[in-house]
Every structure is written in structure tokens, then in C-alpha cells.
Write a protein of this length. Structure first.
Length: 129
């Protein structure tokens, strides 16, 4: 199954990292889809103060076994624009606006709020684990 995780306040959490790693270990295609700016855009816009902000994201992705090709920086655009039509089973996020936007696409990708007490069980139910 193909699944995606937001980074800030989601995959930045240790419990979510453990879950993502377990999915990678089981052979699922795990992605990070984040609203963050990519390094190129940070430099182009002159945001020198933010030039190293993605180092932790890349470190976490490596620790979880998420391929660098499976990281999408939406550069503050709606995540649903990237997710739509790509066969994602679920997207885990803390941002209710992003989750509602994904839901409204009627794409089939299930938006799951990491603030929901049973987020992990909801994800597992979707992928059949």
C-alpha cells in the first residue's frame, strides 16, 4: 500500500516514526508529504534563516527507511494537489484544513488526524494490518 505522512507535529513524533518504520519494514510505500519549502525554494526566496530547516526531516526519513524520492515538499500549496490521483491509501496529518481538503477531493485517500486517539488503529484498518 502507498501511504503518506505529514512531517511537522506528525512524523516528527517518535510514536509516528515507529509506525512509519514498521510500514516500511512490511514493504509498504511510505511517503512524506509536507507543506514545507524545499531547500531550493528556501534559497531562491532568500530565507537564509531557514536554510537548515529540512536536515531533521531528512534524518528522520532515513531513520524510518523512507526513500528520499518519496519526500514531497508542497511549498505551502495544498497537499491534496499532490496526493490526488496517485493511489495513496491514507494521509496522516495534524492539520484539519489539509485533511478536509483531501477528503473533499473524493480521491479515495483517507485523511487521518494524528490527534485522534486511535489514529494508528485507523491507519492499520485502512491498509488491512
Amino acid at each position: 500500500m502507498k501511504v503518506s505522512f505529514d512531517f511537522d507535529a506528525t512524523l516528527s513524533r517518535k510514536d509516528v516514526q515507529q509506525f512509519a518504520k514498521s510500514l516500511v519494514d512490511k514493504g509498504h510505500e511510505v511517503w512524506i508529504v509536507t507543506s514545507r519549502l524545499d531547500d531550493k525554494t528556501i534559497l531562491e526566496r532568500g530565507f537564509i534563516h531557514a536554510k537548515d530547516q529540512n536536515k531533521i526531516l531528512f534524518k528522520v526519513s532515513e531513520e524510518c527507511g523512507i526513500k528520499s524520492d518519496n519526500i514531497e515538499f508542497t511549498c505551502m500549496e495544498s497537499k491534496s494537489e499532490f496526493i490526488k490521483g496517485k493511489g495513496f491509501s491514507f494521509h496522516l496529518d495534524d492539520d484539519e484544513y489539509e485533511l478536509m481538503d483531501i477528503l473533499q477531493t473524493k480521491d479515495g485517500c483517507k485523511p487521518i488526524n494524528v490527534g485522534y486517539f486511535a489514529w494508528e488503529e485507523a491507519c492499520k484498518e485502512i491498509i488491512g494490518n
